[in-house]
Design a protein around this ligand. Structure first.
Ligand code: 76R
Length: 286
């Protein structure tokens, strides 16, 4: 006689939990924000504090044992947090392990998780295919089939695979100024993004993309999707060569119809990329 099915059993033939919680393409992403609790920090013995500092640095070392594929730490100015961790990996458990290890370490009792955002990398449906890109060039005044049209289309075709990979498995740019904010596309009457026809959304996102591209070499965006995963629809992570470029891009985009009419924003966090040791020193922990 067969055993009654365990409530936790997976259907026969299903993948292991480890494989089944990895996306088909792309990575899990977490933006984690913490503050130090000064009273609890002061209550730690000198030994616990030193051990805590060592464990903090080992946990957040980008190439450390068991580290997620991408790991970056930011100093966060203002009262919202003292520091932030950005982690990415195909496995959500490898990403969350950072959070658990921080809290389980000797400094854990003195850490206050202030905010977090969980999302996935993706290729937006508005990233044009080569054909769509060719048509877009014609709308912008290029003559289809001309030498310059052909060169641009071929250039795009040769970049396309790398661009898609860069969205799914992003490299972190070497720029120290970062910012993060979640956003939604509005669903209010008269400005409901989700009732617009696809062609109109594509037109608006093409305008958005042109603005974005004008910041090439100064700002890099990482858009991660959180529809169905967290309280907002997308997370916007920006890195810039200089902090004023962050202000400039966000302000400039406010005038793009896609943002002016349809974007709703959550809390903004500023960050300065810093090593775990720099964070501990700056926050007067060590
Ligand atoms: O991927 C591409 O290069 C194609 C063009 C493009 C898409 C499809 C693009 C380019 N973005 C796309 C999608 Mn973007 N982006 C934001 C914000 O503050 C605001 O007003 C909005 C926040 C910024 C600052 C920004 C920057 N973009 C998206 C989406 C997904 C929509 C969907 O799938 O439904 C969102 C939510 C979004 C928001 N965008 C660019 C930039 C920049 C700098 C570029 C230039 C290309 C690059 O650097 O990648």
């Amino acid at each position: 006689m067969s055993q009654p099915a365990s409530p936790h059993a997976r259907p026969a033939g299903s993948e292991s939990i480890v494989a089944a919680i990895e996306p088909h393409t792309g990575w899990h992403v977490a933006h984690l924000f913490y503050a130090f609790d000064r009273q609890r920090l002061a209550a730690l013995s000198a030994e616990a504090r030193a051990a805590g500092a060592a464990e903090f640095q080992a946990t957040l070392a980008p190439a450390g044992a068991g580290a997620p594929t991408r790991l970056q730490t930011w100093l966060v100015p203002g009262h919202k947090a003292d520091f932030a961790v950005v982690a990415m990996d195909p496995s959500p458990l490898a990403v969350d392990a950072i959070h658990q290890r921080l809290l389980a370490g000797p400094l854990g009792a003195a850490l206050v998780p202030t905010w977090s955002f969980v999302s996935l990398t993706e290729v937006s449906e508005y990233v044009p295919t080569v054909e769509q890109y060719g048509r877009r060039l014609v709308e912008e005044g290029e003559v289809e089939g001309s030498a310059s049209w052909k060169a641009k289309v071929q250039g795009y075709a040769s970049r396309e695979d790398a661009m898609r990979k860069a969205r799914l498995e992003p490299e972190l740019p070497p720029w120290p100024n970062a910012c993060f904010y979640p956003m939604n596309k509005s669903r209010v009457l008269g400005a409901n993004w989700f009732t617009l026809p696809f062609a109109e959304r594509m037109r608006l996102m093409a305008e958005h993309g042109r603005t974005g591209m004008s910041f090439g070499g100064r700002v890099t965006q990482l858009i991660t999707v959180s529809v169905g995963l967290d309280d907002w629809e997308w997370g916007v992570t920006l890195w810039a060569k200089r902090p004023d470029y962050l202000k400039e891009i966000v302000y400039t985009m406010r005038f793009d119809e896609a943002s002016a009419r349809y974007a709703e924003f959550g809390p903004f966090y500023t960050g300065f990329v810093a090593t775990p040791a720099e964070i501990l020193a700056h926050c007067r922990v060590t």
